[in-house]
Design a protein around this ligand. Structure first.
Ligand code: DAT
Ligand code: MG
Length: 138
């Protein structure tokens, strides 16, 4: 059944000029881009987005990085979108990501790993609502 997920092209990939190539991979894999925009977020906004990781030792580094430059938040749709995007992204640590995945191709390190993707239906709903209003999702 058709499902929506949430993704972000992260600051490292935007800085390196990989946003277009990553979008091409996403479309090639059969995702429809429901909505996309380019924004820069504050550290406080990054902290709100990643609140589940607040107790982790890398939280400061992560939220500093996510607020370090423009990002492309987007909503994607296809059958099995949440699991399929995670597969297309590859492992969190690009050193462990499979050949052909976005992180294998475009990410430099576990901290700066090119792309975000929701990990479950409830987190996808929260994350879509964090960045997009209903009128942007038609
Ligand atoms: P994912 O982005 O694959 O869902 P996650 O939810 O476990 O991974 O972590 C969120 C982000 O936090 C991840 O994309 C990069 C950063 N991160 C995770 N583990 C890290 C670590 N050990 N050191 C530095 N940054 C880390
Ligand atoms: Mg995650």
């Amino acid at each position: 059944m058709s499902q929506r997920t949430f993704s972000i092209i992260k600051p490292d990939a935007v800085r390196k000029g990989h946003a277009g190539a990553i979008l091409a991979e996403i479309e090639k894999a059969g995702f429809k881009i429901v909505s996309i925009k380019k924004v820069s977020i504050s550290k406080a906004q990054a902290e709100g987005f990643y609140y589940v990781h607040a107790a982790r030792p890398f939280f400061g580094e992560l939220t500093e990085f996510m607020s370090s430059g423009p990002i492309f938040p987007m909503v994607l749709e296809k059958d099995n979108a949440i699991a399929d995007l995670r597969k297309l992204m590859g492992a969190t640590n690009p050193a462990q990501a499979e050949e052909g995945t976005i992180r294998k191709q475009f990410a430099a390190s576990i901290g700066e790993n090119a792309i975000h993707g929701s990990d479950a239906e409830d987190t996808a709903a929260f994350e879509i609502g964090y960045f997009f209003a209903g009128y942007e999702l038609k």
